[in-house]
Design a protein around this ligand. Structure first.
Ligand SMILES: C[S@@+](CC[C@H](N)C(=O)[O-])C[C@H]1O[C@@H](n2cnc3c(N)ncnc32)[C@H](O)[C@@H]1O
Length: 169
């Protein structure tokens, strides 16, 4: 696995963090790829179709990611950008904003449920790029190999951003 370490200014928008933006520009440059972003916050140049549960966010669809992903046939997507809330606390904050609630039962399976659906929708040889505070990613149990880990340090008291690339093998 390739490992890269960067220092970059933090940004509320993940894809505006310089090294992340640079890598995404390269990886998504092939116009023929079917690239989707189920937790997008806004439309952007890296994905053909974007989605965000919050209707105030300007994305192509405003659905729960688990519903948005069902729009795609199994084994049909080349690349999924996976930039969800980074913790259950952040999920709760997002849900509070839109008046949704997250039951204790739902919270236990929130991340694993989405990862299972992502894994189905991706083509064999397709990529998932995950962002967050953990490098767990999709994992071997779902048939993924880690190919690149980018650790972005933001200095001060900020958490690092972990950008993990995995291929469906
Ligand atoms: C980390 S942010 C995405 C940041 C974005 N990639 C950027 O570069 O700015 C996570 C987004 O997921 C959305 N979200 C939270 N729960 C969701 C769900 N169940 N389905 C779809 N979107 C959700 C939030 O509204 C939030 O905009």
């Amino acid at each position: 696995m390739n490992f890269n370490y960067f220092w970059a200014m933090p940004n509320k928008e993940t894809f505006k963090i310089k090294p992340i933006k640079d890598i995404l520009e390269k990886v998504t440059s092939n116009q023929d790829l079917r690239i989707i972003d189920p937790f997008a916050k806004r439309k952007h140049e890296f994905a053909l179709l974007t989605n965000d549960i919050n209707e105030n966010n300007d994305t192509h669809f405003n659905e729960c990611a688990s519903i948005f992903l069902q729009r795609f046939e199994d084994n049909s997507v080349d690349l999924i950008l996976f930039d969800p809330p980074y913790s259950l606390r952040q999920v709760k904050e997002c849900y509070d904003k839109i008046g949704n609630s997250l039951t204790h039962e739902e919270s236990k399976t929130f991340f694993s449920n989405i990862k299972n659906i992502i894994s189905k929708k991706l083509k064999k040889g397709g990529l998932v790029i995950s962002f967050g505070w953990s490098s767990v990613g999709m994992g071997r149990s779902r048939g993924f190999d880690k190919i690149e880990l980018n650790l972005i340090c933001h200095g001060g008291n900020h958490n690092d951003t972990i950008m993990l690339m995995e291929v469906k093998s």
